[in-house]
Structure formats: structure tokens, C-alpha cells
Design a protein around this ligand. Structure first.
Ligand code: PRT
Ligand code: ZN
Length: 226
């Protein structure tokens, strides 16, 4: 996709945890939009910076395909999809440009409360349920542990009770969901928060200047918040 474009297109989550904070942060950078009737596309008014409202899981691929220039997504999603691509022998096609300071959580291994945790070796030969197979597999390789990764797209925390797995690897913020399922976090795989994601390189048309302007304003807005 080498078509020169004169507007910047940013993908954000349509609904969910990151939707409102992402929009509010971009608005605090002086952006405003006119919403389309289908509410999937918001046309930039104060600056030529448009929004595309999508599922968070689609954001890295939209950047890789050049459909969107930038995106706001959890680092957990970005790293998982990057690890998945590289596992398939493909090159990296997106990276983290800025950490945004909201949507904090961690991808953690959790085991039944009754286990006396002695370290990663305890997971050898066990089944671990997760929605993050590439990051979990990478972590297991780094630990030198052979375990079975059971891929579930949701409700990972009930897998041990259902007998689908002995342990899980899932996002944790307050820890209430783990506790409600008699599980305890024992190891952090990655620390996550919402990030501004973009291509590996930059843009070679006017989008480069728009992105620079946005980054300057974003850095100012992030400094004020912290
Ligand atoms: O519809 P779409 O696909 O866009 O949304 P989604 O349902 O996939 O994502 P969403 O909105 O749930 O989460 C978006 C992003 O928010 C994630 O990718 C993370 O980067 C971030 N985030 C921050 C979290 C959490 N905190 C979090 N707690 N995402 C999910 N959770 C889950 C967690 O897995 C647990 O099951 O929330 C549950 C409650 O957590 P506790 O520990 O507070 O009980
Ligand atoms: Zn999602």
C-alpha cells in the first residue's frame, strides 16, 4: 500500500475498556470529529485526522495492511499478534510508538489456590488455557518448560474448574476474577497498558508531519497527566 494519503487514519476500539479513554486522550490533543451515520468512521474536523472504530484485535492487522496509519490498542494484543506473525515466519509490521498510561493490566499465569507455587518447572506436562498462545509459548520456551497450550477465546478463568486445563494465562487487573474462580496469580508474563501503535518505519507523505504534530501534542498531554 504505497498510495500517498493526505489524512491520518487512527484505529481505536469501537466499544470496550479502551474506547472512551482513547477518544478522550485524542480529543485532549485538540482533535475533533464529525461522526458518520454508521458510527464506524469519524471524520476529523480540526485536523485531517480521522478515526476508524473497530474491534481491538483487528487494530494490528489494519496497521500491517496500511488500512490505518496508527491505532490505540493494548500492548498485550500488539505483542501477541507480533509474536504470532514472527512465529509464522513473517516480518514485524507494527510496533509500539508510545505507552499511554491507561488500560493497565498484566498477562499472568495463575494456578489453583491450593497449589504451593515453586516455580515455572511445576508447569511441565500441564495444560495451560489462554487467549495469548504466542506470548505464553514464548514464555514457556524462555523458562525451558514443556507444557500444553490450550487456546480459548474467552472465559479462560473457568477452564480449570471445567477440567480443560490445570493452569491459565490471562489478563489480570484487580485480581477479583481470579479470586472468584479460586485461582491465584503466580508469574507475570508481560505488563500491559494501552499504547499508540504504528508502522515499523514512518510515513513518506504529509501523514509524517501530521503524525509528528500528534506525537508532540500527545507527549504534552501525557506529561500533564503524570
Ligand atoms: O470487542 P473487542 O474485541 O474490541 O474488546 P475485548 O472484549 O477484546 O477487549 P476489552 O474491552 O475487554 O479489553 C481491551 C483491553 O483492555 C485489553 O486488551 C487490555 O489491554 C485492557 N485491559 C485492562 C483488560 C483488563 N484491564 C482486564 N481486567 N482487559 C481485560 N480484562 C479482563 C481480565 O481478563 C479479567 O477476566 O477483565 C476481567 C476482570 O479483571 P480483574 O482482574 O479486575 O478481575
Ligand atoms: Zn478483542
Amino acid at each position: 500500500p504505497t498510495v500517498a494519503r493526505d489524512r491520518l487514519r487512527i484505529a481505536i476500539q469501537k466499544s470496550g475498556r479502551l474506547a472512551e479513554p482513547a477518544r478522550a486522550l485524542l480529543a485532549s490533543c485538540g482533535l475533533s470529529w464529525r461522526e458518520s451515520r454508521d458510527r464506524l468512521f469519524c471524520y476529523g474536523e480540526t485536523l485531517p485526522v480521522d478515526l476508524l472504530l473497530v474491534r481491538d484485535d483487528d487494530i494490528p492487522g489494519l496497521i500491517a495492511d496500511g488500512v490505518c496509519d496508527l491505532g490505540v490498542v493494548g500492548r498485550n494484543v500488539l505483542l501477541e499478534q507480533d509474536a504470532g506473525r514472527r512465529g509464522d515466519g513473517r516480518a514485524s509490521a507494527f510496533r509500539e510508538w508510545r505507552a499511554l498510561g491507561f488500560g493497565s493490566c498484566r498477562l499472568a499465569l495463575a494456578v489453583p489456590e491450593g497449589w504451593e507455587w515453586q516455580g515455572a518447572a511445576q508447569l511441565a506436562g500441564k495444560r495451560i488455557a489462554t487467549s495469548y498462545p504466542a506470548l505464553l509459548s514464548q514464555w514457556l520456551v524462555a523458562q525451558g518448560v514443556a507444557a500444553d497450550v490450550v487456546l480459548l477465546s474467552g472465559s479462560v478463568e473457568i477452564a480449570p474448574r471445567l477440567g480443560q486445563a490445570e493452569a491459565i494465562c490471562d489478563l489480570v487487573s484487580s485480581g477479583a476474577t481470579l479470586a472468584a474462580n479460586q485461582l491465584k496469580p503466580v508469574q507475570t508474563v508481560i505488563e500491559s497498558e494501552a499504547v499508540l501503535a504504528g508502522p515499523i518505519g514512518g510515513f513518506d507523505d504529509v501523514r509524517g508531519e501530521l503524525a509528528d504534530l500528534l506525537l508532540r501534542r500527545l507527549d504534552g498531554a501525557l506529561r500533564i497527566r503524570h
